[in-house]
Design a protein around this ligand. Sequence first.
Ligand code: NAI
Ligand code: MG
Length: 346
Amino acid sequence: MEYRASEKIPTTLIPGDGIGPEVVEATVKVLDALGAPFAWDIQQAGMAGIECGGDPLPDATLDSIRRTGLALKGPLTTPVGGGFRSVNVRLREAFNLYANVRPARTLVPGRFEDIDLVLVRENVGGFYVAHDYYIPVGDDPHAVAVSTGTNTRDACRRIARFAFEYAVRNGRKKITVVHKANILKALTGIFLDAAREVAKDYADRVIMDDRIVDACAMQLVLNPWQFDMLLCTNLFGDILSDQIAGLVGGLGMAPGANIGEHAAIFEAVHGSAPDIAGKGIANPISLMLAAGLMLEHVGRQDMALRLRQAIEQTLNVDQVKTGDLKGTASTLHFADAVAKRIALSR
Ligand code: NAI
Ligand code: MG
């Protein structure tokens, strides 16, 4: 999609559940300070959608994203076990958001220095499709549990090509394909095969290697600097993206972009954090950085850079931090501090 510099861009804004409305408010505040070009269309989803009209994914929300092709989304609560199917997964399916991009970069000194990783996750297939059911035996309706995943060769090629193109565009040198092709020989073997095939087209520009997921998890802790980009199937990408968030200070520091041909939805990697919801203490950096990815997506690299620098200065010069980073700032106090830094950068 092309965006003209002078025009406001219609963008769907979903406050979401739990800490969602808090980190969304903080993020909108810093986007306003930047003069970001988004014209918000506020829509509900998740538990908030149920409270508004009885539907976790209202038609009005789908229509809005269909119209805008662009959304910034707070986390949505998904019931564990029974209840409705994940709205996040449904949104990725509805708009065929096949690529999930999750960068992890050190912003504050912590256990690991100088982390700069990008995880690309296949976003619509694998075990996450969750063809998941019970088989009753005798009087036990849940005697046997079955789950099947699906990966198509086309979808594997598509996400591999996306990752290699991303690498070329962003000056990345190496892609590590993460799989379990020794055990899930078909489901993740097809993923590895497709990546090897696509890698041939980029052989002179990007190195490809691969790791079995369990070994990769260990090596991410022992020596994360050996990795540049990780290309993962859906479930492994879900797990390892929380792990790489841990390398840079936790879930408060981890943005994500869900990208398709006709739409893109930007969000934090974290969920609705019910344990701290309503207290005004959540770290809004993940969603702010996701908004930064959205600015880059619409061609405003300049604003994305100013936003990132303002966050870094707030953390490291002003020493304003939320509790998860051992600070004392509230969500909105942190946002105000970032907005102040943005005003100074003009
Ligand atoms: P979670 O990511 O919400 O929270 C895990 C832990 O990290 C909690 O202790 C929480 O307080 C902390 N945390 C998360 N974000 C934080 C932030 N910004 N600042 C400070 N601390 C933060 O994961 P959990 O508890 O497993 O899931 C809660 C709900 O969120 C579930 O219903 C789950 O399905 C949903 N979820 C939604 C996602 C989405 O909308 N994309 C992604 C992940 C989970
Ligand atoms: Mg997750």
